[in-house]
Design a protein around this ligand. Structure first.
Ligand code: SF4
Length: 548
Protein backbone atom coordinates (compact mmCIF):
# COMPACT_ATOMS: atom_id res chain seq x y z
CA UNK A 1 0.00 0.00 0.00
CA UNK A 2 1.37 3.43 -0.90
CA UNK A 3 2.03 5.92 1.86
CA UNK A 4 -0.53 8.74 1.73
CA UNK A 5 0.92 12.07 0.69
CA UNK A 6 1.34 14.45 3.59
CA UNK A 7 -0.43 17.77 3.35
CA UNK A 8 2.16 20.58 2.94
CA UNK A 9 1.04 22.02 6.29
CA UNK A 10 2.33 18.83 7.93
CA UNK A 11 5.81 19.52 6.58
CA UNK A 12 5.56 23.16 7.60
CA UNK A 13 4.64 22.20 11.17
CA UNK A 14 7.35 19.56 11.42
CA UNK A 15 10.03 21.96 10.17
CA UNK A 16 8.77 24.97 12.13
CA UNK A 17 11.08 24.48 15.14
CA UNK A 18 8.02 24.11 17.33
CA UNK A 19 5.98 26.89 15.74
CA UNK A 20 8.76 29.45 15.42
CA UNK A 21 9.32 29.20 11.65
CA UNK A 22 10.47 32.56 10.31
CA UNK A 23 8.01 34.47 12.42
CA UNK A 24 10.67 36.55 14.19
CA UNK A 25 12.00 37.81 10.83
CA UNK A 26 8.49 38.34 9.49
CA UNK A 27 7.52 40.33 12.56
CA UNK A 28 10.55 42.57 12.11
CA UNK A 29 9.71 43.16 8.44
CA UNK A 30 7.73 46.33 7.55
CA UNK A 31 5.46 44.20 5.33
CA UNK A 32 1.95 44.59 6.82
CA UNK A 33 1.22 40.95 6.07
CA UNK A 34 2.66 37.61 7.17
CA UNK A 35 3.78 35.18 4.46
CA UNK A 36 1.52 32.25 3.53
CA UNK A 37 3.49 29.92 5.81
CA UNK A 38 3.60 32.58 8.49
CA UNK A 39 -0.18 32.91 8.33
CA UNK A 40 -0.50 29.19 8.96
CA UNK A 41 1.90 29.23 11.90
CA UNK A 42 0.42 32.28 13.62
CA UNK A 43 -2.85 30.36 14.02
CA UNK A 44 -1.12 28.20 16.63
CA UNK A 45 -0.35 31.43 18.47
CA UNK A 46 -4.04 32.32 18.47
CA UNK A 47 -4.55 34.70 15.60
CA UNK A 48 -5.62 34.78 11.97
CA UNK A 49 -4.68 37.25 9.30
CA UNK A 50 -7.77 38.57 7.54
CA UNK A 51 -8.56 40.89 4.68
CA UNK A 52 -11.77 42.83 4.84
CA UNK A 53 -13.77 41.67 1.83
CA UNK A 54 -14.51 44.46 -0.62
CA UNK A 55 -11.89 46.75 0.95
CA UNK A 56 -8.75 45.88 -1.00
CA UNK A 57 -7.21 49.26 -0.23
CA UNK A 58 -7.11 48.52 3.48
CA UNK A 59 -4.11 46.70 5.03
CA UNK A 60 -4.53 43.14 6.28
CA UNK A 61 -5.79 42.88 9.84
CA UNK A 62 -5.50 40.26 12.53
CA UNK A 63 -8.18 38.51 14.57
CA UNK A 64 -6.83 37.55 18.01
CA UNK A 65 -8.66 34.88 20.00
CA UNK A 66 -8.20 34.29 23.71
CA UNK A 67 -7.65 30.87 25.26
CA UNK A 68 -9.82 31.26 28.34
CA UNK A 69 -10.49 27.87 29.96
CA UNK A 70 -14.16 27.61 30.89
CA UNK A 71 -14.66 31.24 29.86
CA UNK A 72 -13.82 32.37 33.41
CA UNK A 73 -12.20 35.74 33.86
CA UNK A 74 -11.99 38.58 36.34
CA UNK A 75 -13.37 42.09 35.98
CA UNK A 76 -9.83 43.42 35.50
CA UNK A 77 -9.17 40.89 32.75
CA UNK A 78 -12.36 41.82 30.91
CA UNK A 79 -11.44 45.50 31.18
CA UNK A 80 -8.01 44.73 29.72
CA UNK A 81 -9.65 43.15 26.65
CA UNK A 82 -11.98 46.15 26.41
CA UNK A 83 -9.12 48.63 26.57
CA UNK A 84 -6.99 46.74 24.03
CA UNK A 85 -9.93 46.62 21.62
CA UNK A 86 -10.07 50.41 21.76
CA UNK A 87 -6.36 50.92 21.55
CA UNK A 88 -5.38 48.40 18.87
CA UNK A 89 -8.53 46.76 17.51
CA UNK A 90 -11.75 47.92 15.93
CA UNK A 91 -13.21 49.00 19.28
CA UNK A 92 -15.38 45.90 19.53
CA UNK A 93 -15.11 42.60 21.36
CA UNK A 94 -16.61 39.39 20.14
CA UNK A 95 -17.64 36.50 22.39
CA UNK A 96 -17.22 33.16 20.67
CA UNK A 97 -19.19 29.93 20.81
CA UNK A 98 -16.26 28.42 22.75
CA UNK A 99 -16.21 30.81 25.67
CA UNK A 100 -13.48 33.01 24.29
CA UNK A 101 -13.06 36.65 23.39
CA UNK A 102 -11.83 37.83 20.02
CA UNK A 103 -10.26 41.14 19.10
CA UNK A 104 -10.76 42.12 15.48
CA UNK A 105 -8.90 44.61 13.33
CA UNK A 106 -5.44 44.53 14.94
CA UNK A 107 -2.59 45.60 12.66
CA UNK A 108 0.59 43.54 12.46
CA UNK A 109 2.58 46.48 13.80
CA UNK A 110 0.45 46.50 16.96
CA UNK A 111 0.47 42.75 17.46
CA UNK A 112 3.21 42.54 20.07
CA UNK A 113 1.82 45.40 22.11
CA UNK A 114 -1.63 43.81 22.07
CA UNK A 115 -0.37 40.40 23.12
CA UNK A 116 1.80 41.94 25.81
CA UNK A 117 -1.22 43.85 27.08
CA UNK A 118 -3.14 40.60 27.32
CA UNK A 119 -0.20 38.90 29.02
CA UNK A 120 -0.05 41.67 31.62
CA UNK A 121 -3.66 40.78 32.43
CA UNK A 122 -2.74 37.08 32.63
CA UNK A 123 -4.57 36.36 29.41
CA UNK A 124 -3.18 34.51 26.41
CA UNK A 125 -4.04 33.60 22.85
CA UNK A 126 -1.57 30.70 22.73
CA UNK A 127 -3.29 27.59 21.45
CA UNK A 128 -6.65 29.27 20.80
CA UNK A 129 -6.38 28.27 17.12
CA UNK A 130 -4.26 25.77 15.16
CA UNK A 131 -3.85 22.00 15.24
CA UNK A 132 -3.75 21.67 19.02
CA UNK A 133 -6.12 21.13 21.92
CA UNK A 134 -8.17 24.33 21.80
CA UNK A 135 -9.88 26.17 24.63
CA UNK A 136 -11.52 23.67 26.99
CA UNK A 137 -15.15 24.67 27.42
CA UNK A 138 -17.17 24.23 30.56
CA UNK A 139 -20.75 24.44 31.75
CA UNK A 140 -21.27 27.96 33.09
CA UNK A 141 -22.17 28.20 36.75
CA UNK A 142 -24.07 31.42 37.43
CA UNK A 143 -25.77 29.77 40.43
CA UNK A 144 -22.52 28.83 42.20
CA UNK A 145 -23.84 25.28 42.27
CA UNK A 146 -21.41 23.03 44.17
CA UNK A 147 -21.47 20.31 41.50
CA UNK A 148 -20.73 22.72 38.63
CA UNK A 149 -18.09 24.47 40.75
CA UNK A 150 -16.06 21.25 40.86
CA UNK A 151 -15.62 21.48 37.08
CA UNK A 152 -13.26 24.46 37.39
CA UNK A 153 -10.39 22.27 38.59
CA UNK A 154 -11.10 19.62 35.95
CA UNK A 155 -11.05 22.18 33.14
CA UNK A 156 -7.92 23.90 34.42
CA UNK A 157 -6.18 20.54 34.69
CA UNK A 158 -7.08 19.56 31.12
CA UNK A 159 -6.13 22.99 29.76
CA UNK A 160 -2.74 22.92 31.48
CA UNK A 161 -2.03 19.29 30.62
CA UNK A 162 -2.75 19.77 26.92
CA UNK A 163 -1.14 23.17 26.45
CA UNK A 164 1.65 23.14 23.85
CA UNK A 165 5.12 22.95 25.42
CA UNK A 166 6.69 25.23 22.77
CA UNK A 167 8.15 28.42 24.19
CA UNK A 168 7.75 30.17 20.81
CA UNK A 169 4.84 32.34 21.99
CA UNK A 170 6.84 33.78 24.86
CA UNK A 171 9.90 34.35 22.69
CA UNK A 172 8.15 35.90 19.72
CA UNK A 173 5.52 38.09 21.28
CA UNK A 174 6.50 38.61 24.92
CA UNK A 175 10.28 39.08 24.54
CA UNK A 176 10.73 35.99 26.69
CA UNK A 177 13.95 34.04 27.13
CA UNK A 178 15.06 31.95 24.15
CA UNK A 179 14.80 28.20 24.51
CA UNK A 180 16.51 25.73 22.19
CA UNK A 181 13.60 24.13 20.30
CA UNK A 182 15.58 20.92 20.00
CA UNK A 183 15.39 20.57 23.77
CA UNK A 184 11.61 20.97 23.79
CA UNK A 185 9.46 17.84 23.71
CA UNK A 186 5.84 18.19 22.64
CA UNK A 187 4.99 15.00 24.46
CA UNK A 188 1.26 15.22 23.82
CA UNK A 189 1.40 16.27 20.21
CA UNK A 190 4.82 15.47 18.68
CA UNK A 191 6.75 17.79 16.37
CA UNK A 192 3.90 17.87 13.81
CA UNK A 193 1.25 18.66 16.40
CA UNK A 194 -2.22 17.24 15.73
CA UNK A 195 -3.70 16.56 12.28
CA UNK A 196 -6.40 19.17 13.05
CA UNK A 197 -7.90 20.93 16.03
CA UNK A 198 -9.18 19.02 19.06
CA UNK A 199 -12.00 20.25 21.29
CA UNK A 200 -12.70 19.21 24.89
CA UNK A 201 -15.78 20.17 26.82
CA UNK A 202 -16.84 19.44 30.39
CA UNK A 203 -20.22 19.54 32.05
CA UNK A 204 -22.15 17.63 34.72
CA UNK A 205 -24.25 14.65 33.68
CA UNK A 206 -27.79 15.84 32.99
CA UNK A 207 -26.96 19.50 32.26
CA UNK A 208 -25.93 20.11 28.67
CA UNK A 209 -24.81 23.73 28.86
CA UNK A 210 -21.93 23.16 26.44
CA UNK A 211 -23.35 21.37 23.38
CA UNK A 212 -21.33 18.40 24.64
CA UNK A 213 -21.89 16.15 21.64
CA UNK A 214 -20.30 18.60 19.20
CA UNK A 215 -16.87 18.10 20.80
CA UNK A 216 -14.04 15.73 19.96
CA UNK A 217 -14.20 14.60 23.57
CA UNK A 218 -16.86 15.49 26.10
CA UNK A 219 -16.95 14.72 29.80
CA UNK A 220 -20.11 14.66 31.88
CA UNK A 221 -19.22 14.55 35.57
CA UNK A 222 -20.96 12.32 38.12
CA UNK A 223 -20.94 12.70 41.89
CA UNK A 224 -20.79 10.38 44.90
CA UNK A 225 -23.39 10.53 47.67
CA UNK A 226 -21.19 13.04 49.56
CA UNK A 227 -21.38 15.43 46.60
CA UNK A 228 -17.77 14.91 45.50
CA UNK A 229 -17.02 14.42 41.83
CA UNK A 230 -16.31 10.72 41.34
CA UNK A 231 -16.12 10.17 37.60
CA UNK A 232 -17.25 11.02 34.13
CA UNK A 233 -19.32 9.73 31.29
CA UNK A 234 -17.11 10.08 28.23
CA UNK A 235 -18.32 10.91 24.73
CA UNK A 236 -16.07 11.26 21.68
CA UNK A 237 -16.12 11.98 17.99
CA UNK A 238 -18.27 15.06 17.63
CA UNK A 239 -17.53 17.82 15.16
CA UNK A 240 -19.42 20.30 13.03
CA UNK A 241 -17.42 21.06 9.88
CA UNK A 242 -18.34 19.69 6.46
CA UNK A 243 -18.25 20.69 2.79
CA UNK A 244 -21.43 21.15 0.80
CA UNK A 245 -21.94 18.46 -1.83
CA UNK A 246 -19.22 16.18 -0.46
CA UNK A 247 -20.70 13.21 1.37
CA UNK A 248 -17.30 12.13 2.64
CA UNK A 249 -17.40 15.13 4.96
CA UNK A 250 -20.16 15.48 7.53
CA UNK A 251 -21.11 16.89 10.90
CA UNK A 252 -21.27 14.27 13.62
CA UNK A 253 -22.45 14.07 17.21
CA UNK A 254 -20.21 12.26 19.66
CA UNK A 255 -20.76 8.65 20.76
CA UNK A 256 -20.97 7.56 24.37
CA UNK A 257 -17.96 5.40 25.30
CA UNK A 258 -18.94 4.72 28.92
CA UNK A 259 -18.06 5.84 32.45
CA UNK A 260 -14.60 6.26 33.98
CA UNK A 261 -13.52 7.04 37.55
CA UNK A 262 -12.17 10.52 38.19
CA UNK A 263 -8.61 9.21 38.65
CA UNK A 264 -8.57 7.95 35.04
CA UNK A 265 -9.30 11.37 33.53
CA UNK A 266 -5.89 12.24 32.13
CA UNK A 267 -5.08 8.68 30.99
CA UNK A 268 -8.30 8.52 28.97
CA UNK A 269 -7.94 12.06 27.66
CA UNK A 270 -4.36 11.30 26.57
CA UNK A 271 -5.56 8.13 24.89
CA UNK A 272 -8.29 9.89 22.92
CA UNK A 273 -6.00 12.75 21.87
CA UNK A 274 -3.34 10.14 21.06
CA UNK A 275 -5.66 8.26 18.69
CA UNK A 276 -6.41 11.52 16.92
CA UNK A 277 -2.69 12.35 16.72
CA UNK A 278 -1.65 8.92 15.43
CA UNK A 279 -4.62 7.91 13.28
CA UNK A 280 -5.96 11.23 12.01
CA UNK A 281 -5.65 11.93 8.29
CA UNK A 282 -2.51 14.02 7.70
CA UNK A 283 -2.99 14.11 3.94
CA UNK A 284 -6.42 15.69 3.75
CA UNK A 285 -7.26 18.41 6.23
CA UNK A 286 -10.95 18.26 5.34
CA UNK A 287 -11.09 14.75 6.73
CA UNK A 288 -8.59 15.03 9.54
CA UNK A 289 -10.81 15.46 12.63
CA UNK A 290 -11.18 12.60 15.11
CA UNK A 291 -14.78 12.03 13.96
CA UNK A 292 -13.50 10.63 10.65
CA UNK A 293 -11.20 8.17 12.43
CA UNK A 294 -14.17 6.85 14.39
CA UNK A 295 -16.47 6.83 11.36
CA UNK A 296 -13.88 4.98 9.25
CA UNK A 297 -12.55 2.49 11.76
CA UNK A 298 -15.73 1.97 13.73
CA UNK A 299 -16.74 2.80 17.26
CA UNK A 300 -15.85 -0.67 18.58
CA UNK A 301 -12.28 -0.34 17.26
CA UNK A 302 -11.94 3.15 18.66
CA UNK A 303 -13.24 2.23 22.09
CA UNK A 304 -10.93 -0.81 22.28
CA UNK A 305 -7.98 1.32 21.19
CA UNK A 306 -8.68 3.96 23.84
CA UNK A 307 -9.10 1.27 26.49
CA UNK A 308 -5.81 -0.37 25.49
CA UNK A 309 -3.92 2.94 25.55
CA UNK A 310 -5.50 4.07 28.84
CA UNK A 311 -5.23 0.65 30.49
CA UNK A 312 -8.85 0.44 31.58
CA UNK A 313 -12.25 -0.72 30.48
CA UNK A 314 -15.12 1.75 30.20
CA UNK A 315 -17.84 0.98 32.71
CA UNK A 316 -21.48 0.84 31.72
CA UNK A 317 -23.75 3.42 33.24
CA UNK A 318 -27.00 5.16 32.57
CA UNK A 319 -26.51 8.73 31.50
CA UNK A 320 -29.36 10.81 32.96
CA UNK A 321 -31.69 12.72 30.62
CA UNK A 322 -30.28 16.06 29.52
CA UNK A 323 -31.59 19.45 30.51
CA UNK A 324 -30.28 22.86 29.46
CA UNK A 325 -30.95 25.41 32.18
CA UNK A 326 -31.14 29.04 31.18
CA UNK A 327 -28.16 31.12 32.31
CA UNK A 328 -29.83 34.41 31.37
CA UNK A 329 -31.41 37.11 33.49
CA UNK A 330 -31.08 37.63 37.24
CA UNK A 331 -30.22 34.38 39.02
CA UNK A 332 -29.76 33.54 42.70
CA UNK A 333 -26.42 32.18 43.83
CA UNK A 334 -25.85 29.81 46.71
CA UNK A 335 -23.80 32.42 48.60
CA UNK A 336 -26.72 34.87 48.62
CA UNK A 337 -25.34 37.06 45.84
CA UNK A 338 -26.79 37.40 42.33
CA UNK A 339 -25.68 36.58 38.82
CA UNK A 340 -26.83 38.41 35.73
CA UNK A 341 -26.73 36.53 32.42
CA UNK A 342 -26.77 38.86 29.42
CA UNK A 343 -27.67 37.64 25.96
CA UNK A 344 -25.19 39.21 23.53
CA UNK A 345 -26.47 39.01 19.92
CA UNK A 346 -23.87 37.08 17.89
CA UNK A 347 -21.46 37.74 20.76
CA UNK A 348 -20.63 41.25 19.52
CA UNK A 349 -19.90 43.86 22.17
CA UNK A 350 -19.76 47.29 20.58
CA UNK A 351 -20.99 50.86 20.95
CA UNK A 352 -23.44 51.52 23.77
CA UNK A 353 -23.42 47.87 24.87
CA UNK A 354 -19.66 47.99 25.25
CA UNK A 355 -19.82 51.28 27.15
CA UNK A 356 -22.51 49.96 29.48
CA UNK A 357 -20.60 46.78 30.23
CA UNK A 358 -17.36 48.65 30.79
CA UNK A 359 -18.97 50.99 33.29
CA UNK A 360 -20.85 48.18 35.03
CA UNK A 361 -17.82 45.92 35.31
CA UNK A 362 -15.51 48.75 36.44
CA UNK A 363 -18.06 49.91 39.03
CA UNK A 364 -19.28 46.64 40.53
CA UNK A 365 -16.27 44.39 39.76
CA UNK A 366 -18.20 41.15 39.27
CA UNK A 367 -16.56 37.90 38.28
CA UNK A 368 -17.34 36.91 34.70
CA UNK A 369 -18.04 33.75 32.82
CA UNK A 370 -18.65 33.52 29.08
CA UNK A 371 -21.13 30.94 27.91
CA UNK A 372 -20.84 28.58 24.92
CA UNK A 373 -23.88 30.42 23.50
CA UNK A 374 -21.95 33.72 23.25
CA UNK A 375 -23.53 35.12 26.42
CA UNK A 376 -21.82 37.12 29.16
CA UNK A 377 -22.58 36.22 32.76
CA UNK A 378 -21.76 38.61 35.60
CA UNK A 379 -21.15 36.79 38.87
CA UNK A 380 -21.38 37.77 42.51
CA UNK A 381 -23.36 41.00 42.22
CA UNK A 382 -24.77 42.26 45.51
CA UNK A 383 -28.55 42.27 45.89
CA UNK A 384 -28.43 45.86 47.01
CA UNK A 385 -26.83 46.81 43.68
CA UNK A 386 -29.61 45.33 41.54
CA UNK A 387 -31.46 48.62 41.09
CA UNK A 388 -28.26 50.50 40.30
CA UNK A 389 -27.23 47.88 37.72
CA UNK A 390 -30.60 48.10 36.02
CA UNK A 391 -30.45 51.90 36.07
CA UNK A 392 -26.98 51.85 34.53
CA UNK A 393 -28.19 49.69 31.64
CA UNK A 394 -31.25 51.89 31.17
CA UNK A 395 -29.07 54.99 31.10
CA UNK A 396 -27.07 53.45 28.23
CA UNK A 397 -30.28 52.44 26.47
CA UNK A 398 -29.38 48.78 26.77
CA UNK A 399 -31.94 46.04 27.47
CA UNK A 400 -31.13 43.59 30.24
CA UNK A 401 -32.97 40.75 28.55
CA UNK A 402 -33.32 39.49 24.99
CA UNK A 403 -36.58 40.51 23.30
CA UNK A 404 -37.92 36.94 23.22
CA UNK A 405 -36.90 33.28 23.69
CA UNK A 406 -35.97 33.05 20.00
CA UNK A 407 -33.34 35.80 20.28
CA UNK A 408 -32.04 34.59 23.64
CA UNK A 409 -30.68 31.30 22.24
CA UNK A 410 -29.77 32.41 18.70
CA UNK A 411 -26.19 32.33 17.50
CA UNK A 412 -24.33 33.43 14.37
CA UNK A 413 -20.73 33.22 13.22
CA UNK A 414 -18.73 36.26 12.08
CA UNK A 415 -18.91 35.43 8.33
CA UNK A 416 -18.79 38.50 6.04
CA UNK A 417 -16.87 40.72 5.75
CA UNK A 418 -14.00 39.31 7.80
CA UNK A 419 -13.96 35.53 7.51
CA UNK A 420 -12.13 34.36 4.41
CA UNK A 421 -14.31 31.24 4.23
CA UNK A 422 -17.63 33.07 4.33
CA UNK A 423 -19.99 32.68 1.40
CA UNK A 424 -22.90 34.52 2.94
CA UNK A 425 -23.82 36.78 5.82
CA UNK A 426 -23.81 35.54 9.41
CA UNK A 427 -23.55 37.94 12.35
CA UNK A 428 -24.49 41.07 10.39
CA UNK A 429 -27.72 39.54 9.10
CA UNK A 430 -28.79 37.80 12.32
CA UNK A 431 -31.18 40.57 13.45
CA UNK A 432 -33.01 40.60 10.11
CA UNK A 433 -33.16 36.79 9.98
CA UNK A 434 -34.55 36.74 13.51
CA UNK A 435 -37.27 39.10 12.28
CA UNK A 436 -38.04 36.71 9.43
CA UNK A 437 -38.29 33.70 11.77
CA UNK A 438 -40.29 35.72 14.31
CA UNK A 439 -42.70 36.90 11.58
CA UNK A 440 -43.25 33.36 10.33
CA UNK A 441 -43.94 32.12 13.87
CA UNK A 442 -46.44 34.92 14.39
CA UNK A 443 -48.24 34.21 11.11
CA UNK A 444 -48.79 30.63 12.29
CA UNK A 445 -50.06 31.70 15.69
CA UNK A 446 -46.81 30.66 17.36
CA UNK A 447 -45.57 34.11 18.38
CA UNK A 448 -43.34 34.01 21.44
CA UNK A 449 -42.34 30.36 20.91
CA UNK A 450 -38.64 29.75 21.30
CA UNK A 451 -36.47 27.51 19.18
CA UNK A 452 -32.75 27.19 18.75
CA UNK A 453 -31.83 29.11 15.60
CA UNK A 454 -28.29 29.49 14.28
CA UNK A 455 -26.69 31.03 11.19
CA UNK A 456 -23.29 30.41 9.65
CA UNK A 457 -21.70 31.88 6.56
CA UNK A 458 -20.34 28.55 5.33
CA UNK A 459 -20.51 24.83 6.01
CA UNK A 460 -17.66 24.89 8.56
CA UNK A 461 -20.36 25.41 11.14
CA UNK A 462 -18.56 27.60 13.69
CA UNK A 463 -21.86 28.54 15.40
CA UNK A 464 -22.89 24.84 15.62
CA UNK A 465 -25.78 24.98 13.13
CA UNK A 466 -26.11 21.22 12.75
CA UNK A 467 -27.35 20.66 16.31
CA UNK A 468 -29.82 23.58 16.12
CA UNK A 469 -33.56 23.16 15.69
CA UNK A 470 -33.42 25.54 12.71
CA UNK A 471 -30.30 26.73 10.94
CA UNK A 472 -29.11 28.58 7.88
CA UNK A 473 -25.77 27.39 6.51
CA UNK A 474 -24.21 29.57 3.81
CA UNK A 475 -24.00 27.67 0.54
CA UNK A 476 -23.50 30.14 -2.32
CA UNK A 477 -23.02 33.90 -2.42
CA UNK A 478 -26.79 34.38 -2.26
CA UNK A 479 -28.20 31.25 -0.68
CA UNK A 480 -28.25 28.98 2.35
CA UNK A 481 -28.93 25.34 3.07
CA UNK A 482 -31.82 25.16 5.54
CA UNK A 483 -31.36 22.65 8.36
CA UNK A 484 -33.96 21.50 10.87
CA UNK A 485 -34.35 18.73 13.43
CA UNK A 486 -31.76 19.20 16.17
CA UNK A 487 -33.18 18.94 19.67
CA UNK A 488 -33.24 21.61 22.37
CA UNK A 489 -30.83 19.61 24.56
CA UNK A 490 -28.17 19.33 21.83
CA UNK A 491 -28.03 15.55 21.51
CA UNK A 492 -29.08 15.14 17.90
CA UNK A 493 -28.06 16.31 14.44
CA UNK A 494 -30.48 18.16 12.23
CA UNK A 495 -30.73 17.52 8.50
CA UNK A 496 -31.06 19.72 5.42
CA UNK A 497 -34.57 20.17 4.06
CA UNK A 498 -33.60 22.41 1.18
CA UNK A 499 -30.45 23.67 -0.45
CA UNK A 500 -29.55 26.93 -2.14
CA UNK A 501 -32.47 28.73 -0.54
CA UNK A 502 -32.33 32.42 -1.32
CA UNK A 503 -33.19 34.69 1.57
CA UNK A 504 -36.25 36.13 -0.17
CA UNK A 505 -37.75 32.62 -0.21
CA UNK A 506 -37.08 31.99 3.48
CA UNK A 507 -40.45 33.37 4.71
CA UNK A 508 -42.40 30.98 2.48
CA UNK A 509 -40.26 28.00 3.54
CA UNK A 510 -40.73 28.87 7.20
CA UNK A 511 -44.47 29.40 6.73
CA UNK A 512 -44.73 25.86 5.43
CA UNK A 513 -42.57 24.34 8.15
CA UNK A 514 -44.14 26.27 11.03
CA UNK A 515 -47.60 25.81 9.50
CA UNK A 516 -47.17 22.04 9.65
CA UNK A 517 -45.84 22.33 13.22
CA UNK A 518 -48.90 24.39 14.19
CA UNK A 519 -51.29 21.93 12.54
CA UNK A 520 -49.62 19.15 14.55
CA UNK A 521 -50.43 21.13 17.68
CA UNK A 522 -46.94 22.54 18.36
CA UNK A 523 -46.98 20.64 21.64
CA UNK A 524 -43.43 19.44 21.09
CA UNK A 525 -40.32 21.48 20.36
CA UNK A 526 -39.93 22.46 16.71
CA UNK A 527 -36.77 20.36 16.37
CA UNK A 528 -38.57 17.31 17.79
CA UNK A 529 -41.48 17.87 15.40
CA UNK A 530 -39.11 18.13 12.43
CA UNK A 531 -37.18 15.04 13.51
CA UNK A 532 -40.35 13.00 14.02
CA UNK A 533 -41.81 14.14 10.68
CA UNK A 534 -38.62 13.31 8.82
CA UNK A 535 -36.60 14.77 5.99
CA UNK A 536 -38.59 13.25 3.15
CA UNK A 537 -41.96 14.60 4.26
CA UNK A 538 -40.54 18.02 5.06
CA UNK A 539 -38.75 18.27 1.73
CA UNK A 540 -42.00 17.38 -0.05
CA UNK A 541 -43.78 19.99 2.02
CA UNK A 542 -41.29 22.65 0.98
CA UNK A 543 -41.39 21.68 -2.67
CA UNK A 544 -45.14 21.34 -3.10
CA UNK A 545 -46.75 22.87 -0.06
CA UNK A 546 -48.36 19.48 0.61
CA UNK A 547 -49.08 18.97 4.28
CA UNK A 548 -46.56 16.87 6.18
FE1 SF4 B 1 -16.19 31.64 8.74
FE2 SF4 B 1 -17.60 29.57 7.95
FE3 SF4 B 1 -16.76 29.69 10.49
FE4 SF4 B 1 -18.66 31.31 9.65
S1 SF4 B 1 -18.80 29.07 9.78
S2 SF4 B 1 -16.86 31.91 10.85
S3 SF4 B 1 -18.08 31.71 7.55
S4 SF4 B 1 -15.47 29.51 8.68
Amino acid sequence: MSTPTLHPIETLKAESKHLRGNLAEELASPDPSFSKDGQTLVKFHGFYEQKERGASEKPPILMLRGRIPGGRLSAAQYLAWDELADRYGDSTLRLTSRQSIELHGVLKGDLKATLQGLHAALQTTKGACGDVVRTVTQAPNPWLRPDLAQLDAVVDRLAAHFAAVSNAYAELWLDGEQVNPEKEVEWNFGASYLPRKFKFSVTVAGENLVDLYTNDMGLAATFASDGCLDGFFVVAGGGMGMSHGDDTTFPRVADLLGWIPEAALLAVAEAVVGVHRDEGNRGDRKRARLKYVIANKGLAWFKAEVEARAGLVFEHGRLPAWNTSSVLGWLDRTDGSLALGLSIPAGRIAGARKAALKELIATFEPGLQLSPDQDLILLGLRREDLVAVEALFARHGQPLVAPDPLASRAMACVALPLCGMALTEGERALPSYLDVVRGALERQGLGGRGLIFRVTGCANGCARPYTAELALVGQTAKSYALYVGGDPEGTRLGFPVTHKLEVEHLPQALDRLFGAWAVAGATEAFGDFAHRTGAEALRALLETGAQA
